[in-house]
Design a protein around this ligand. Structure first.
Ligand SMILES: *[C@@H]1O[C@H](CO)[C@@H](O)[C@H](O)[C@H]1NC(C)=O
Ligand SMILES: *[C@@H]1O[C@H](CO)[C@@H](O)[C@H](O)[C@H]1NC(C)=O
Ligand SMILES: *[C@@H]1O[C@H](CO)[C@@H](O)[C@H](O)[C@H]1NC(C)=O
Ligand SMILES: [Zn+2]
Length: 301
C-alpha cells in the first residue's frame, strides 16, 4: 500500500491533529537533486563527506573529527501587540530557541551562531500567509545576511506550526532570495504555550527543510525521503506511538522513525537525525548555500 504526501493537506487549519508543517510538497527540482545525492552517497561518502563518514563509523555523534558548519542565525519576532496572545516573545525566548537548536543539531555538526534578535510590531506581517506579497514586503524589510544565513521568523502563524523555503538556485535580489528562511509559530519555543510542541523542536524540524531534508514519510514506503538509513514510513506520526510500523515486509526493515526530527511526532518524542540525513545536509549545503559564503563581493551584516 502506498500513501502519498497529499494525505497531509487535510491537516491544514484543523487544530487537533499532528504537527502542521506546510512543507508538504517538494519542488521537483530539489527532489531530483535529492535522488542524485542519494545515488552519489554510497560511493562518494568516504571521499567527500569525511565528517559524516567518521560519524557513521564511530556510531557516536560527538566525534571531534566530524565535519562541522557554523551558520549565522538571525531570529525575528514579528508580533501583533506586546502580549503572549499578540505573538510577542522576549529576547530570552529567542535565545533559548537558539540554544535548543544547537543541542538538537549537535549530532550533525551544524552550529547556529546567533547574531541578532529583532522585534517588529506589525499585525499584517505577523499573521501573513506564505508566498504572498505581504510576506515579501516583510522579508525585504527585515531579513539579514545572505543565502547561506538562517533567518527564523517567530510569529503568530495562522493555522500552521511552520514552514521553510527549500534550497534552490537563486539570484541575489529576486523574490526567492528574499523569501528564503523559516517561519515558525512563536509559542513553539522552549517553554512556550503550544503543548505538545513547545520544546523548540518545530524550529529544528523546519530548519531541516531549509537544509534540504524531506519528511521521513515524504514519498511513502517506496520512494521515502530519498535517504537510505531512515526506515520507510507510509504516513506521519502523531504523538509518540512506540513500535509504529506502517511499511511492513522484508523490503522495509525497521519500525517507523518516530523519533526523527523530520517526522511529525510530539516534541518530547523527537531526538534524532540519522548519519544519512547528516550527509544529505552537507551535500545540500555544498550544492546550494556554501557558494554564497565564498562570494567575496559580499561583506555581510
Ligand atoms: C493583542 O492581540 C491579540 C491577538 O490579535 C488580541 O486578541 C488582544 O486583544 C490584543 N491585546 C491588546 C491589549 O491589544
Ligand atoms: C507593516 O506592514 C504593512 C503591510 O505590508 C506595511 O505597509 C507597513 O509599512 C508596515 N509597517 C511598518 C512600521 O513597517
Ligand atoms: C555573488 O555576488 C554577486 C554580486 O552581488 C551576485 O550577482 C551573485 O549572484 C552572487 N553569487 C553568489 C553565488 O553568491
Ligand atoms: Zn515539515
Amino acid at each position: 500500500m502506498k500513501f502519498t504526501v497529499f494525505a497531509t493537506i487535510s491537516l491544514l487549519i484543523t487544530s487537533s491533529v499532528a504537527r502542521r508543517c506546510a512543507n508538504v510538497e517538494v519542488p521537483e527540482e530539489l527532489r531530483q537533486e535529492a535522488a542524485r545525492f542519494r545515488a552519489l552517497s554510497a560511493s562518494s561518502l568516504r571521499a567527500s563527506i569525511t565528517g559524516a563518514d567518521a560519524l557513521r563509523k564511530s556510531g557516536g555523534y560527538n566525534d571531534p573529527t566530524t565535519r562541522t558548519q557554523k551558520i549565522k542565525l538571525y531570529i525575528h519576532n514579528v508580533y501583533i501587540n506586546r502580549t503572549a496572545e499578540g505573538g510577542y516573545i522576549p529576547n530570552s525566548d529567542m535565545e533559548k530557541q537558539a540554544k535548543a537548536l544547537n543541542e538538537h543539531y549537535a549530532q550533525t555538526g551544524i552550529y547556529f551562531d546567533l547574531r541578532r534578535v529583532t522585534h517588529t510590531k506589525n499585525a499584517t506581517w505577523a499573521t501573513c500567509e506564505r508566498d504572498t506579497p505581504i510576506e515579501q514586503d516583510m522579508k525585504r524589510t527585515i531579513r539579514k545576511g545572505d543565502y547561506g544565513d538562517m533567518n527564523l521568523y517567530l510569529r503568530p502563524l495562522q493555522g500552521w506550526l511552520g514552514w521553510c523555503t527549500f534550497p534552490k538556485d537563486v539570484v541575489r535580489g529576486s523574490d526567492d532570495y528574499w523569501k528564503d528562511g523559516c517561519d515558525v509559530l512563536q509559542s513553539t519555543v522552549p517553554g512556550g504555550t503550544f503543548f505538545p510542541y513547545n520544546e523548540g523542536k518545530t524550529s529544528t524540524h523546519e530548519i531541516g527543510h531549509w537544509l534540504g531534508l524531506l519528511h521521513t514519510f515524504q514519498g511513502g514506503c517506496d520512494e521515502g525521503d530519498l535517504i537510505d538509513d531512515t526506515p520507510a514510513e507510509a504516513i506521519y506520526t502523531d504523538g509518540c506511538p512506540i513500535g509504529k510500523d506502517t511499511c511492513v515486509g522484508p523490503a522495509y526493515p525497521g519500525v517507523d522513525p518516530i523519533h526523527n526530527f523530520m517526522d511529525y511526532s510530539d516534541d518530547a518524542c523527537l531526538n534524532q537525525f540519522t548519519p544519512g540525513q547528516t550527509v544529505r545536509i552537507y551535500q545540500t549545503w555544498d550544492r546550494y548555500r556554501a557558494p554564497w559564503k565564498s562570494n567575496s563581493s559580499y561583506t555581510g551584516y
